[in-house]
Design a protein around this ligand. Structure first.
Ligand code: SAM
Length: 288
């Protein structure tokens, strides 16, 4: 039985903005707990909505930056949190926000009162599902400024992000996410935990940002582009996918040197082996 927020003031909802508000009290607590101790930390909340998580986060975080696209909700949030000097509400599209700038300084009354050096933020949110992948890619690209993500996404997305190589759900999103950090699915929620209930199940995952590019001796843009080639057609063998971007002879010799059978499918290959193959291909030549 889900314990829900009593007496909610119901705002006008915009389904196009993915506005399924969390009303499950246990889930709110578990999400915020999953961030760990954030008393000295900057936390960015994506899509605070009606403040289901924001209320808890505001009490715990050193600094909270809440980014909400909906003008009405952003105005309500600003009024509600004005008395708290550690909370900033940005009315903005998270996809347009320059995280480097937002995390760089402390605007408002706290400007110059806190250290301005490079620090890493925690990012949390019950994401608007219609732009999940774009948000994730943006966060991965800012991995050097982020320590931990705790995000609610559609269950299938969480399953793909956390899938191990060789399993049914492993694919481009899994490989990409796992190049940027260690991932862990925490728990699932049914539609009844939200108002209005979405048509899908949801899940929360945590990701500790620990990019692996340097450890695997690969360059980030080149290797991410290579993963897209490897997973270009899910049912095809790696040999067939690679031939879309590289000469046939180079594909054959690189696979041989990396000791990977051309008939293998990308989802069965570990990131370590992917990196070895990438380096072999790179040593041979640039893509055709
Ligand atoms: N955090 C609240 C909760 O758990 O109840 C709301 C979550 S609701 C699933 C997603 C929120 O993201 C909504 O408040 C919506 O207005 C906001 N949103 C949608 N698109 C956004 C965008 N591009 N940038 C920032 N916020 C966005």
């Amino acid at each position: 039985m889900v314990k829900v927020l009593p007496n909610r003031v119901v705002s006008t909802r915009k389904p196009k903005l993915g506005q399924n508000f969390l009303v499950d009290l246990d889930a709110m607590q578990r999400i915020v707990d999953a961030l760990g101790d954030v008393r000295e930390t900057t936390v960015v909340e994506i899509g605070p909505g009606e403040a289901a998580l924001t209320e808890l986060l505001a009490r715990r975080s050193g600094r909270l930056i809440a980014v909400e696209l909906d003008r009405v909700l952003a105005a309500q949030l600003r009024m509600r949190f004005t008395p708290l000097t550690n909370v900033e509400v940005l009315e903005a599209d998270i996809l347009q926000v320059d995280l480097g700038t937002v995390l760089g300084s402390t605007p408002g009354p706290l400007r110059d009162l806190r250290p301005t050096g490079l620090f890493k933020a925690h990012v949390v949110g019950n994401l608007p599902y219609y732009i999940t992948t774009d948000i994730l890619l943006k966060l991965f690209a800012a991995a050097d400024r982020i320590e931990t993500l705790v995000l609610m996404v559609q269950k299938e997305v969480a399953d793909r992000i956390t899938a191990a190589p060789g399993t049914r759900d492993y694919g481009l999103l899994s490989a990409t996410a796992q190049m940027y950090g260690t991932v862990q699915k925490l728990f699932e929620l049914g539609p009844e935990s939200f108002d209005p209930p979405p048509n899908v199940r949801s899940a929360v995952f945590r990701m500790k940002m620990q990019p692996r590019f340097a450890a695997l001796s690969v360059d980030e843009p080149g290797f991410i582009a290579f993963l897209k080639v490897m997973f270009a057609q899910k049912r095809k063998t790696v040999s067939n996918n690679l031939k879309l971007a590289y000469d046939k002879s180079i594909v054959k010799s690189s696979l041989e040197r990396a000791a990977i059978a051309g008939t293998t499918r990308a989802e069965a290959i570990s990131l370590e082996d992917m990196a070895r193959l990438y380096l072999e291909l790179k040593a041979e030549r640039t893509p055709a």
